[in-house]
Design a protein around this ligand. Sequence first.
Ligand SMILES: Cc1cc2nc3c(=O)[nH]c(=O)nc-3n(C[C@H](O)[C@H](O)[C@H](O)COP(=O)(O)OP(=O)(O)OC[C@H]3O[C@@H](n4cnc5c(N)ncnc54)[C@H](O)[C@@H]3O)c2cc1C
Length: 389
Amino acid sequence: MQRYDAIVVGAGPAGLSLAEALLDGPMRGRQVLVVDAPSAAADRHAFAWWSDRPLRWDDLAWASWSRVAVRGPGQRTAVDLGAWRYRVIDGEVLQRTVRTRLQGRAGLTWIEATVDGIEDGLTEARVVAGAQAWHGSWVFDSRYRLGDHVVDDGAVDLRQAFSGWWIRAPRPLFDPDLPVLMDLNLPQDTHLRFLYVLPRSPTEALVEGVSMGPDASVPDVPAWVARNLGDDVEVTRAEGGITPMTTGTFPRRAGRRVLKVGVAGGRIKPSTGYALARILADTDAIVASLQRHGHPFDLPGDGWLWRFLDAVLLDVLARRPAAVARGFLALFAHNTGPRVLRFLDQRAGVRDVLAVGLSLPWWPFLRAMVTRVAGTVARRLRPRPALPG
Ligand SMILES: Cc1cc2nc3c(=O)[nH]c(=O)nc-3n(C[C@H](O)[C@H](O)[C@H](O)COP(=O)(O)OP(=O)(O)OC[C@H]3O[C@@H](n4cnc5c(N)ncnc54)[C@H](O)[C@@H]3O)c2cc1C
């Protein structure tokens, strides 16, 4: 039986960043194990994020933009991001580079295996994969299967589906200085649908279709490509996946010695589906907690206001996706880029929140707010079933 100071289960962004940060900080010179399921390179996808401060993997990004385009019926807005940058990493490059960096570190062991279970204990937890098992003083678990979270009474539980095409064109079609953050020129009936276009060069780009709604029906990317780029472009690679968009609960602490991280730990922002920057911030918070208290559980919550606003947006999204599409267009048309990004990053002050609120089509959002507050009050007042006996 092998013992480690920390075991990280899963080597997506959450596991990779945590393994790096642990070995840079509280676990320097100690024994850290990463166990990751063998998975095909095709499972890795691109990650985009925005930030106004340096983040761990800025150096791995293949682009760093200071402007983005937002498009919709009758609207083409070029949004200046001020001090913020919008960046993108190739998922395969991220995994390969960080794995190589980690394997050069003293104390790091990397094992490819599929973990079947984690057994919590008083002073350590046991990670089991087939006939193998390892003990760790702390275990960080990033395994997540769609639907693993808890859908409480009153929660909105939607899905975000991605379908990405890497395009190579025979002639210049893309502006490498202006990615498209959202092109909402798609049917907004049962789902909110948009595409984003991340250009690598004038002739190469990732075109990713996204849908948000009750199920995972992806937008018709081929039709958009044929309509906007022509039918002589080549698709060099495809990627995709499904993530939760939910106000459900992701229990973080899975035992005395086990913490859930990444998507499994609820790090996807419910109303946008972005997670990478939140995962990196969470990694820093875990390390700070370990350094301060000797345990990883002292982590900041999202705050009631942001949870409420996320829930309101998902309520509107569930019933009237077209209103949310109009809302996103209005958000970028009537506010500066930095103000929108501060709002989406949950760092907006009162003035930002008011300005953003006033720029939205107010009726569907106000109605959703009132309905949500009324629903919460009704649930609180509902008599609880008497305990037997
Ligand atoms: C197609 C797609 C595009 C996305 N794009 C963005 C984006 O642009 N920006 C953004 O901020 N967010 C994006 N997200 C959301 C989020 O950032 C990603 O889902 C991200 O991968 C979450 O990181 P993670 O480490 O929590 O989980 P994962 O990346 O899913 O990593 C989990 C790891 O655990 C391993 N694993 C699973 N089960 C086991 C097991 N039993 N034993 C051992 N290992 C196991 C897996 O192999 C994997 O390596 C996207 C999501 C998808 C699906």
